[in-house]
Design a protein around this ligand. Structure first.
Ligand SMILES: [Zn+2]
Length: 115
């Protein structure tokens, strides 16, 4: 990697690290990528490439489950109830709930039994 490439990558990483205000537009729709560095979401030949690059950066291993459960194992069923059971869902998405992050935290607090 040349110095210019390294500096360009650093500048892009710093730009991405900035907190962005919520954007209600879909991330990628009708060939338009809302965060395209070339057209800023108006739509161009690079939108798909830029969207795929950002997806690969954020999810290098592809989509991963938040948690998995063995529904044939009684102890794992109990763990599933703690993480994604009715009470957990109602608490997370009810008043003052933490939403999806609370479910992720539930999963971290109740790791798979065989790990
Ligand atoms: Zn574009």
């Amino acid at each position: 990697m040349s110095l210019i490439e390294a500096l360009t990558k650093l500048a892009e990483d710093l730009e991405r690290a900035k907190p962005k205000p919520f954007d209600p537009r879909p991330r990628f729709e009708n060939g338009r990528y809302r965060d395209c560095k070339w057209c800023q979401g108006r739509g161009c030949v690079s939108c798909k490439i830029e969207a795929d690059k950002e997806y690969a950066r954020q999810f290098p291993s592809g989509p991963q489950p938040i948690a998995t459960f063995d529904m044939t194992n009684e102890a794992d069923i109990e763990r599933a109830k703690k993480v994604i059971g009715r009470d957990a869902i109602e608490k997370a998405f009810g008043p003052n709930g933490g939403g999806v992050q609370e479910i992720i935290d539930n999963a971290k607090a109740n790791p798979p039994l065989n790990d």
